[in-house]
Design a protein around this ligand. Sequence first.
Ligand code: ADP
Length: 464
Amino acid sequence: MNILLASSEVYPFSKTGGLADVAGALPEALVKLGHKVLVVSPWYKTLKAKNAPLWIGDEWVPFDNTIETCGVGVLEQHGVTYAFIGHHYFQRDSLYGYEDDTKRFCLFTRAIPQAGARLNFVPDIIHANDWHTGYLPMLLEHGWHMPSGYVRKPSVFTIHNVQYQGNSGLDETLSWLRLPGFLRDSYMNYFGSANAMQAALGFAHRVTTVSPTYAEEIKTPAYGYGLDGTLRHISGKLSGIVNGIDTDIWNPKTDGQIAQTYTAKSLTKKVLNKQALCERFNLDVNKPIIAVVSRLVDQKGIDVFIDGATELLWQDWNVFVQGSGEQDLEAALYSLTARNPGRFASFVGYDEALAHLVYAGADTLAIPSRFEPCGLTQLIAMRYGTIPIARATGGLADTIRANETGFLFDHLNVSGLLWATKVARDAYDNHSFWQSMMKNAMAQDFSWERSAQAYIELYKSIHG
Ligand code: ADP
């Protein structure tokens, strides 16, 4: 199958979040299954590539009632072809956060079929991701000046986070995209303004989220950020496919960033990582460690964890938190660390090498998220035999098997969290039970190959 995947960010070239990881890993996994993949993404000023893409020339892109010229750069890596769209819109210090973001990504979206055609790539499936490429399914269906091979092609749209939707004025959006006026009354219309994500929900042939439970949750007002009604309406074509992790980077058997490598068969060696972590952060090594590795933002429920921290110490846990984000949460961590020497430690900042040691050295990982489209930290923790204690939401509910590979709780408040940590703390004292739980967790398959297989099944269901 020929698959075109469009994404506003793709690892390792550009990244602000999980979308980049998916756009980086899924195409490689699809190629390994024997498919041909073209990834189209913007050529940012900050593009990180060992070898610069080869500039193959300019394309005329129908845009804003005229024609814009966009450059196309091409790169091959691990069997995947990347086409990068160049335009001064993307020559800025950050990927997003500008007033004209919707317009910028309408231009990007408009340039995608043009770039694909320039490379003589005739797709069987076009896979768009998040609001930045949300208008692509509608363009394929109704766009003027579309290259042959792209008209009415089957499309898949994946929601990585429904919170961000891409809003703009209806008329201006139609003229940016050079689409006919009757589309004013289509799915792009969200209470009188244009909404890129809702357009995608309406026009894509299939809509996915990055976990089945998140696909259910976003159909409710509490999680749908205003699109729950539309999501309920299109639920017949909505499903969830869980992300994978890079099992080469996250492998306790070969990980060069931890103090001691180990496997499920040599679990006794895991404790050397705990010792290294405790030495570095002055923690008492004889108590179990409950750790957090997270962005410190509202979504992750770290405020609840902090509120329950003192009682966690009473439950006889040592606590280690690694994260960065909101200032009040960072300040609370500094204060807890200062007040509880030997028992509570923290690292405020982003440090990938340290995260490896934490996954290897901790006994449990707390993930009290308010919502979690998929989540990676629980997958990584399980691979390192570190037991997740997580809120039963989104991908956390789908990937953690309660009391077999981790612990789940429903209510996001201090009592909900402490109930689960108490159950885990008691289980920890049952040595043989805990050992079998660690082995169960390490035996799970969270490879991208598994997810890629699920995407192929989905693509096949709409490819004629
Ligand atoms: P999100 O993308 O919402 O932040 P995920 O669970 O999908 O959450 O992915 C988080 C990723 O970021 C994981 O790989 C985790 O190890 C990493 N991470 C989060 N915070 C830090 C930090 N402070 N230092 C290093 N890595 C971090």
